[in-house]
Ligand binder design. Structure first.
Ligand SMILES: Cc1ncc(COP(=O)(O)O)c(C=O)c1O
Length: 460
């Protein structure tokens, strides 16, 4: 199995040919899900005692399994937050796989970690973090959010321990966030068994400094047993792309000694877009932030960048200790495993690093600006079409609107028809309790024409 045989040689050629062909496809087929029965019938049983052979497994993948997966890089995939990796990043993903790198420790993966850290430094510099900032690429925004909050609570507990007083277990720890914060913030709070102080955003959908102050005061009055140790501000909400009032929130967080985590999993990529940079004023005061290159920075899954202002705090919270791990501690090392809730890790930042190194950061800024242009076009067209109703002006690259006169069921029928005809993937959402459509534009290959095709399908 581990020998390099003539059959392996042929398999290598087939795999590389498949990869190259897939990367060349224009247009990429949208494809779509199949039922378990259909897949069972067409793919059959693939795991057998003797093996079906690489050639046959690749055929089944190419002919049955891959077409049963929606292509996230299709230019009319506008659902959720799509992903549009650059060719360089996807190709380098193959290299990372082939290179057998352990990305958890400096001792084993120094070269990879060095390169990843350069990419992280660029992101930190976009946010105005100090040079001493540092972080790690984790699997996704969800893991980044929980890892940041675990570090925040660790700092709180350490501060309390430093007072020398006994811990009062009748008290509850809490995190504050807008009710528009991503579902992963709720998951993080639940996993950590801390309360989530949900704050209604202002009329523009933003968590503001005054809103945070009022909510914290109310929470303290109603729940004197609570110790709020962190606030999560969102820089680009998933539903509408709203950026919270980061400067105002930072001010209140500083005045109350709260850890400020900025969830920019989707939106903080726009730090690299000169036209939107001003919206993020205040992020430089955060204790941590996340931005996912697998969302709007053109890297393949799975790649989320988590940055800490003071990495030593994260190290104290996350580094694992055991006799078998001690040989990794050489003294000068920067081991990515020490900065999030994980140990073994793929050097998942390398495809992003390679692409960034290859094309340069200006190309990233230009590509993000292009997606913003297309999103602005979509908003303009929605405003012009009488049967559509825009929900607020888009702040980033998410455009949300309603089709006047449609029931919720009609939205779902329309969405299913778009997918089954291979036209587009756009799922409905809700805003203020009513159904709506949202287009998330993060693919520089999505064009005005793609927008017209989707909007055109809403006319009857
Ligand atoms: C604002 C925000 N935070 C967190 C996440 C979770 O990221 P992931 O899906 O990479 O775990 C998302 C995902 O869309 C998001 O939009």
């Amino acid at each position: 199995m581990h020998e390099w045989t003539e059959e392996t040689e042929r398999l290598a050629a087939d795999v590389l040919a498949y990869t190259e062909e897939r990367l060349h496809l224009r247009p990429v087929p949208l494809d779509g899900p199949r039922s378990p029965d259909e897949l069972a019938e067409e793919a059959g049983r693939t795991i057998t005692a003797e093996g079906i052979g690489g050639k046959e497994a690749l055929r089944i993948f190419a002919e049955v399994l891959a077409p049963a997966c929606i292509s996230i890089d299709h230019p009319r995939y506008f659902s959720f937050i799509p992903c549009a990796p650059t060719p360089a990043s996807t190709l380098f993903d193959l290299v990372v796989g082939a290179s057998s790198i352990y990305g958890g420790s400096w001792m084993e993966g120094a070269g990879a970690v060095y390169a990843e850290n350069q990419a992280l430094s660029w992101l930190a510099s976009l946010a105005g973090f100090p040079e001493s900032a540092g972080g790690v690429f984790v699997q996704g925004g969800t893991l980044a959010n929980v890892s940041a909050l675990v570090a925040a609570r660790h700092r709180q507990l350490a501060r309390e321990a430093a007072t020398g007083r006994e811990r009062d277990f009748s008290r509850r720890y809490a995190v504050a966030a807008s009710t528009e914060a991503h579902s992963s913030v709720h998951s993080a709070a639940a996993a950590m068994d801390v309360d989530l102080i949900g704050i209604e955003p202002d009329e523009n959908g933003r968590l503001t400094g005054p809103g945070l102050r009022t909510a914290l005061d109310r929470s303290a009055a109603e729940h004197p047993e609570r110790i709020c140790f962190a606030v999560v501000a969102t820089a680009g909400t998933t539903n509408l792309g709203v950026v919270d009032d980061l400067a105002g929130v930072a001010e209140v967080a500083a005045s109350r000694d709260l850890w400020l985590h900025v969830d920019g999993a989707y939106g903080a990529a726009a730090l690299a877009a000169p036209s939107r940079r001003a919206m993020f004023a205040g992020i430089e005061r955060a204790d941590s932030f996340v931005v996912d290159p697998h969302k709007w920075l053109f890297a393949p899954f799975d790649c989320a960048a988590l940055l800490y202002r003071d990495p030593a705090v994260a190290f104290a919270a996350h580094s694992q200790h055991a006799s078998y791990l001690e040989p990794l501690r050489t003294g000068e090392e920067w081991s990515p495993s020490d900065y999030a809730l994980h140990l073994t890790r793929r050097a998942r930042g390398l495809p992003f690093w390679f692409s960034l190194a290859a094309y340069g950061t200006d190309a990233y800024s230009a590509a993000i600006e292009r997606t913003l242009e297309v999103a602005d076009y979509a908003a303009r067209r929605v405003r012009e079409l009488g049967h559509l109703e825009l929900i607020g002006d888009p702040k980033l690259s998410v455009v949300a609107f309603r089709r006047r006169g449609w029931s919720e069921a009609r939205y779902y029928e329309w969405s299913a028809a778009l997918l089954s005809s291979g036209t587009a993937f756009v799922v409905p959402t809700t805003h203020e309790g009513a159904p709506a459509i949202r287009l998330a534009v993060v693919n520089p290959r999505s064009s005005e024409e793609d927008i017209d095709i989707v909007l055109g399908s809403l006319s009857d």
